[in-house]
Design a protein around this ligand. Structure first.
Ligand code: TPP
Ligand code: MG
Length: 374
């Protein structure tokens, strides 16, 4: 069984000299560059919404994923289209990046469009939540995205249920469920993982350990050194990934996914990262007081875009001017500009925002919809 150092029953494919290759070493140059672009897409979504709100064009709370993009991007990149995900509040870009390998503009892709997500943020009629919320309490059964819930860790029992249903129906999809480290202190986290473990369900629980749950530090939520150590209690593998390195996240999640798909059951993948801002933007000022500025500076120093850029340069995939053309890393939303992002990234977001701006509000009569059985 894999441990935190992560070996699997199904050994990764071997190279000619017999040394096992990590899943990320099997990615093509194009795929590596695509991962890099997805990091930009996730970062731009975040900074653009902050800018839109500062300009007074947007209302509602924003839960920033700044600095956590490698977890969002690396964990879902290798999934099969029909695999399931259950994002949480800090994972908004995941909704439009799911199955992005099949083309961001492919209408048959098993992910949401940027138009749907922007309409959600602007509370318009064309959004999955139809103006009931501006953030992540959405999902899509047809796209295999389990609806988010506000109850921390509430997605894991739902994920276990989905995995059980697929198993009964003879379908071998993996279910990737996401949680903050704070959520691992919830009773339902233990109940659901225990249930998945005894039934060997293909549920991979990705823990985004950003060191803080609102104002509570990780050491007051988890007594073990690694959150992944909790896996031992269920007899399942626990993996630890560097959450700033998209390739390491990809490697650990792919090992867990292959382990699950081979019928071995669930696992926990802890990705060590750092929450760059407050819990939500309503918490930014307070967070600046409850967190040590040195800790914050250190936590932000390893920007996932910079880490990925270095790897691509080392691999020879980014050379010459292309290596430094768009430098979005290590800049806050107030400093970064459109010129720091590839034009196609800005364009994609512009299209989403334009759709949202031009979309109507829902009819008032819709307010009672979905409350009582029709
Ligand atoms: C059962 C439950 N308790 C408390 C809350 C209020 N709450 C919302 S988010 C949050 C912090 C979550 O921290 P973590 O799980 O680490 O995720 P992060 O926000 O850091 O990504 C809290 C306490 C809640 N939504 N559900
Ligand atoms: Mg947290």
């Amino acid at each position: 069984m894999p441990t935190s150092s992560a070996q699997t029953s199904e050994k990764p494919k071997s190279s000619a000299n017999g040394v096992a290759k990590r899943p990320s070493e099997l990615l093509t140059k194009e795929q590596c560059l695509e991962l890099f672009q997805h990091l930009y897409l996730a970062r731009y979504f975040d900074v653009r919404l902050i800018k839109e709100k500062k300009r007074g064009r947007l209302r509602g709370t924003l839960y920033s994923s700044h600095n956590q993009e490698a977890v969002i991007v690396g964990s879902i990149y290798g999934l099969q289209p029909n695999d399931w995900i259950s994002p949480i509040h800090r994972d908004m870009p995941m909704f439009f990046l799911k199955d992005a390998r099949n083309g961001l503009r492919n209408p048959n892709r098993m992910g949401m469009t940027i138009e749907e997500i922007c309409a959600q943020v602007w509370c318009k009629a064309g959004s999955p939540g139809r103006a009931r919320d501006n953030w992540s309490h959405i999902g899509s059964q047809s796209k295999h995205i389990i609806h988010s819930t506000s109850m921390l860790a509430g997605t894991i029992p739902a994920a276990a249920g989905v995995a059980l249903a697929d198993k009964i129906n003879g379908v071998n999809n993996v279910v990737l469920t996401f949680n903050g480290e704070g959520s691992t202190a919830q009773g339902v986290f233990h109940e659901a993982i225990n249930f998945a473990a005894v039934r060997k369900l293909p549920v991979v629980t990705v823990v985004e350990n950003n060191m803080w749950a609102y104002g509570t530090p990780v050491e007051l939520e988890c007594p073990t050194e690694d959150v992944a150590d909790r896996a031992k209690g269920y007899g399942i593998p626990g993996f630890v990934a560097n959450g700033q390195d998209v390739f390491d996240v990809y490697d650990k999640v792919m090992e867990a996914v292959e382990w699950a798909r081979a019928g071995n059951g669930p696992s926990i993948v802890e990705c060590k990262t750092f929450r760059a801002y407050g819990h939500g933007d309503h918490d930014d000022d307070r967070a600046a007081k409850y967190r040590d500025p040195k800790e914050v500076a250190q936590g932000r120093a390893n920007d996932p875009i910079a880490v990925c850029r270095k790897r691509l340069i080392d691999l020879g995939y980014l050379t010459g001017d292309a290596a430094t053309q768009y430098v979005a890393e290590n800049k806050g939303a107030g400093e970064v500009t459109n010129e720091d992002f590839p034009p196609e990234v800005v364009e994609y977001m512009n299209e989403g925002i334009e759709f949202a701006m031009n979309s109507p509000l829902p009819e008032a009569e819709e307010g009672g919809m979905w409350v009582f059985k029709e």
